[in-house]
Design a protein around this ligand. Sequence first.
Ligand SMILES: NC(=O)c1ccc[n+]([C@@H]2O[C@H](COP(=O)([O-])OP(=O)(O)OC[C@H]3O[C@@H](n4cnc5c(N)ncnc54)[C@H](OP(=O)(O)O)[C@@H]3O)[C@@H](O)[C@H]2O)c1
Length: 248
Amino acid sequence: MNIYITGASSGIGEYVSYEYAKKGNHLALCARRKEKLEDIATKCREMGAEVTIYSVDVTDQHSTKESIDDFLSKITKIDLVIANAGLGDLDALHKGDPTLINQVIKVNVIGVQNTILPFIPVMLKQDDGHIALVGSVASHIAWAGGGAYAASKFAVRALSESWRKTLPKTIDVTLICPGFVESEMTDPVEWTPFIIKTDIAAKKIVNALHKKKKMFIFPWQWRIVIAFKGLLDIFMANAVRKMHKKKM
Ligand SMILES: NC(=O)c1ccc[n+]([C@@H]2O[C@H](COP(=O)([O-])OP(=O)(O)OC[C@H]3O[C@@H](n4cnc5c(N)ncnc54)[C@H](OP(=O)(O)O)[C@@H]3O)[C@@H](O)[C@H]2O)c1
């Protein structure tokens, strides 16, 4: 398979790359840190993959498109695009400065659009392809302190749902919603319930993509939390409706 993956220089993207490398695929590994990509590419090649690296910032529409065009010129068909690059930061509302959270939205939403859109005409022409977006359990739950991160991941969920409905059924769209996974992003985080190792997460993601799942929330504990939150929302909505009726 020919696979383009962003955020391949660490964490989930790095380990997903290893999983696909073992199967001898042609990988385009993208991120900003070139040296990290070079090390990971060497490991992937040792595992049997053909690898091209692209040092790109996904918020830069033009350089991301250039990397995509270059990869497309090397392959006859694109099989899978994984928009995984992401940034997590707290809102720090007390500082009154939107700079950091603007960047969260840029990388996590604009970056996903910059990564996926250029592939769509190609997938439409080949009448085949698979788009994977890395959301989060924060695509379903907005925690205190993480409003912008949740907003970005809610947006990613909306994009995946809408694109799935818009595109022909020959193009699969998968939303990956990890809970906590060991990575540079979670290293500084103190409270990480149900955290899992990066290699285990990568295996689960690749398995879900192989099954062409529409949405994959993992580990399983988060499926229960999210389902419970859904029930709670319905219960609250009914209670509020009854309360309003009494007032009318
Ligand atoms: N770890 C978790 O618990 C967890 C949970 C839910 C969802 N996720 C999601 O999983 C994805 C991967 O995160 P991770 O946990 O593996 O974190 P990570 O180790 O920090 O990896 C983030 C990756 O994104 C890349 N990246 C960041 N900004 C970029 C930019 N502007 N342009 C290009 N690449 C950029 C980084 O590479 P460079 O710095 O080299 O550019 C790095 O490769 C993210 O979308 C994250 O939101 C993670």
